[in-house]
Design a protein around this ligand. Structure first.
Ligand code: ATP
Ligand code: MG
Length: 437
């Protein structure tokens, strides 16, 4: 096995403390810490190494009166090396974290062959594409890590809210046999000797599951072969999907609102978020699709009834309507086959989108619960009802009335962290131009 003669093995060393715990270590107690070197500053008689671990920073200080072998070891350190340090922590208010360690032993566990074009705390960093090409290194920067710590807490809080309110977390197949959100954005795959697809949404499965469990949710990947490259679309993204029996779109709109208010306020208690439109304690605004068109009209941004409200129109509405807001009662023709039309006005549907700023965060609605009607809507949408037989069968055995929504987790994260490009809030983003890393 080729080895770097300068590099030590981990041996029996194990971490005794994280950086964040060092302030409370009793005086005189030796600790073992591990981490990555964020910076090295040599001031002649004294050298400071700033070590970063998953909890924060600790300063390692060595003077030129220290043991010679130890000084030599220190001289060999570079930024981005991984090291272990043993020594006694001392309170030192000027150091990051308020503690410094004067080491008695040090292990160089891994050292870089090459260093990246940025430091762990650099303000100036290369452009997005360069960083995404070396994303695993980009992710070592604490500023980037914070995004994923926020995501972790957001997910924990959403799960807590949903299970606390009686929703069962489910996992549905991601390799499926038919389109759910329209044919265009599908990824076909070779499934043994058949054609399969990557799931555009868990729609049909979450609907089938409300017949059994009444209230379900899924947090998982969805796949869309998006043709245009935008700051808010990826080919693989995460959605928070919810479906519930014996309720309508009005009820799930309230559920979505309460879920977001609850999860976002919990995250805000733990993290400093940039000022964002979701940090509201008030209720979300509601406007019908037709009223939204009137607002656009007044701004000289006319749309014909039945048109989709595209991003450019949402940009206009952003200046007129307080975010976050729901647009309700969309034309049936703009919505997927499973959305229920109004009984007395079938050209309109029991549907909503949740918008924040100019970003669509979620779509939802009451679902059609009759097989015959679903078949008709599938045909109208140019989809083949026979391809959905496995789904339609559930409706032959009766399905409860139900409603639900799909919320884009990565779009929600953009809103919460103030990122303009969705790629910044995804560990390893996938788009038309990127399949690796
Ligand atoms: P858009 O009109 O913005 O393309 P959509 O209406 O096609 O979105 P839905 O089918 O309603 O998307 O999916 C539910 C939610 O999932 C959306 O409101 C959005 O937040 C998110 N979403 C959908 N497609 C993508 C994507 N390609 N990348 C990131 N998030 C997405
Ligand atoms: Mg939508």
């Amino acid at each position: 096995m080729p080895s770097d003669s300068l590099v030590d093995s981990l041996g029996t060393w194990r971490r005794s403390h994280y950086s964040g715990d060092l302030v409370s270590v009793p005086p005189g107690q030796e600790v073992t810490v591990f981490g990555i070197i964020a910076s090295i500053r040599n001031q002649g008689r004294i050298t400071f190494v700033i070590l970063l671990d998953s909890q924060g920073l600790v300063q390692i200080t060595i003077g030129n009166d220290a043991d010679e072998a130890l000084q030599k070891r220190f001289g060999e350190l570079k930024e981005f090396s991984y090291i272990g340090v043993r020594g006694i922590p001392k309170k030192f208010p000027k150091a990051p974290g308020g503690v410094e360690i004067v080491p008695s032993q040090i292990k160089l566990l891994a050292r870089p062959k090459t260093t990246p074009p940025f430091g762990l705390f650099s303000k100036q960093v290369p452009n997005l594409e360069t960083r995404m090409d070396m994303r695993s290194i980009d992710l070592r920067r604490p500023a980037v890590q914070e995004i994923f710590r926020i995501r972790h807490d957001l997910l924990n809080n959403m799960r807590a809210y949903l299970s606390g309110n009686g929703y069962l977390e489910v996992t549905s197949p991601k390799i499926i046999s038919s389109a759910t959100e329209g044919g265009a954005a599908l990824f076909p795959i070779l499934y043994f000797d058949k054609e399969g697809f990557l799931a555009q949404s868990p729609q049909v499965y979450k609907e089938q599951l409300v017949g059994a469990f009444e209230k379900v949710y899924e947090i998982g990947p969805i796949f869309r072969a998006e043709e245009s490259r935008t700051m808010r679309h990826l080919a693989e993204t995460t959605s928070v999907d919810l479906e519930e029996a014996f309720v309508t779109f009005e009820d799930v709109m309230s559920t979505l609102e309460s879920l977001l208010v609850s999860a976002v306020s919990a995250v805000q208690k733990k993290h400093t978020l940039p000022k964002n439109k979701l940090s509201t304690d008030g209720r979300f605004t509601k406007i019908t699709y037709s009223d939204a068109l009137n607002v656009l009209d007044k701004d000289g941004a006319h749309l014909d009834w039945g048109d989709d409200i595209a991003f450019t129109s949402l940009k206009v509405l952003e200046t007129r309507i307080k975010s976050p807001y729901f647009i309700t009662h969309w034309p049936t023709s703009t919505k997927a086959f499973y959305i229920k039309p109004l009984e007395d006005k079938p050209e309109m549907s029991e549907s909503f989108d949740l918008i924040c700023g100019s970003l669509e965060l979620a779509s939802g609605g009451t679902r059609i619960d009759s097989r015959e009607f679903l078949e008709q809507r599938l045909s109208e949408k140019g989809l083949n009802p026979r391809a959905f037989e496995y789904h339609l069968k559930s409706f032959d055995y009766a399905m409860p009335p139900h409603a639900g929504f799909g919320l884009g987790l990565d779009r929600l994260m953009m809103t919460l962290t103030g990122q303009e490009n969705i790629r910044e809030v995804v560990l390893f983003p996938r788009d038309q131009g990127r399949l690796a890393p």
